[in-house]
Design a protein around this ligand. Sequence first.
Ligand code: ADP
Ligand code: 5GP
Length: 205
Amino acid sequence: MPRKGIALVLSAPSGAGKSTLSGMLLKDFPEIVYSVSCTTRKPRPGEVDGRDYYFISEADFLRQREAGGFAEWAQVHGNYYGTPLAAVQEKLDQGTDVLFDIDVQGAAQLKLNLFNACFVFILPPSLDELERRLRLRGTENEESIQARLCNARDEIKEARWYNALVVNDRLELAYTHLRSVYLAATLSPSCQPQLLQSLLQGGNY
Ligand code: ADP
Ligand code: 5GP
C-alpha cells in the first residue's frame, strides 16, 4: 500500500501570521504542495493569480460550487473562498502532502471528509498584537480591519478541536513548533500503512 499524503490544515484569525508561517514551511519542505483556493476577493498588491489564489467572479464561484467542485467552501469577511477538490484529491492520492490555509468553517468540513489530516491553529500572542499586525501589514481598510478583529474572537473559540495550537509570538519558535507538528503527523500510522505491512510480510521498508 503506497504512502498517503497528509492534509496539513492551518487556520488562524487574519493577521496572526499564517501566511508567514506557511511560507517558511513551504521553503523548508519544497515537496509540500500548497492548496491554491478560489476566492471572490480582489487581489492585494503583490498577489498573483494561480499562486496565492484563483481570483474568480461570484458567478463562477457559485457555478463551481453547484457542480461539486469544492472540497469545502465558506463565506469569510463577505467574500467566498473554496478549495478546488480535484487538484487536492489527486495530490493526496499520489502521496504528496498538501498545505491548506483555510478558515475554521472550511476546516470543520475537511475534518468530516478527510481521513489523513492534521489541523493546526495559529494564535496571536494577544488580541492587541493581532490588531497591531493587521494595521502594520497595511493591506486592509478600517472596515476590513474591524470585520477581521470581530471575527477573530469567534474563530479562536473554534480552536478547541484542532490537533495543535501554535502561538506566534516569537516567529522562529512558532515555526519550530509548526515544523514539529508537521513532522509528527508524517509519522502517524495512517500516513505510512506500508511500514507495518511490509514488516509483517518479511520485507524491508
Ligand atoms: P495572516 O496570513 O495570518 O493573515 P500574515 O502572515 O500576513 O498573517 O502576518 C500578518 C503581519 O504580521 C505581517 O505583516 C507579518 O509580517 C507580521 N508577522 C507575522 N508573524 C509575526 C511575528 N511573530 N512577530 C511580528 N510580526 C509578525
Ligand atoms: P485572506 O482574505 O486574508 O487571504 O483570507 C481570509 C480568510 O479566508 C483566512 O482565514 C483564510 O484562511 C480563509 N481562506 C482562504 N482560502 C480559503 C478556502 O479555500 N476555504 C476556506 N474555508 N477559507 C479560506
